[in-house]
Ligand binder design. Sequence first.
Ligand code: COA
Length: 174
Amino acid sequence: MANLGVRLTPRLRLEPIGPRHAADLLALYRDPAVAEWYGRWTWTEVERETARMARLWRSDGVHKWMAYDRVTGLCIGRGGLSRAVVDGQARLELGWVLHGRFWGRGYATEIGRAGLTYAADVLDTDEVVSFTETGNRRSRAVMERLGFRHARDFLLGGEGFSLYTCVGSGSARS
Ligand SMILES: CC(C)(COP(=O)(O)OP(=O)(O)OC[C@H]1O[C@@H](n2cnc3c(N)ncnc32)[C@H](O)[C@@H]1OP(=O)(O)O)[C@@H](O)C(=O)NCCC(=O)NCCS
């Protein structure tokens, strides 16, 4: 049962997030490099969030993965797809968050590629979006490496966000 829905990439083991990932998710969100973008999270909030993600895996057939190094077992980050309303429309959204010490090694791109493969092979769609704060240069670079194109900028809670779309297989599908 524990392996249900697990995906493997060249370097990572991707596990559908559920309650058993709460401690790893809290450690990730409390990494200072991540907290700069994700704000302060409490244990109660993360417990609620992992329970919500598990429910959405069951109802939507997809949500975020926790990513572990296949060799060392270290937690690298989290990412993948989820169904969400973005810029006023229901979409399939792709995202990534890595522990600061693992930035610059292509792990977010690897998670993103697994998400595009999952969308096409399991969810039977190539229509995936990704969005981030307009000033999040690193996240925008991941989108561009994966073959996403900048669609438009929009406001969310008074902040500027950039929306990218990937129709077709992108440039980085395996
Ligand atoms: C956004 C975030 C995930 C991007 O991480 P990242 O490490 O820059 O992205 P990748 O893992 O794809 O790595 C790309 C870098 O690794 C290099 N790299 C090394 N091996 C690579 C490989 N096999 N494939 C691709 N890139 C590789 C690339 O050249 C690039 O280097 P650069 O940063 O010097 O240009 C990270 O900055 C983060 O977690 N930020 C905080 C959370 C956040 O903002 N998330 C997005 C919210 S929408």
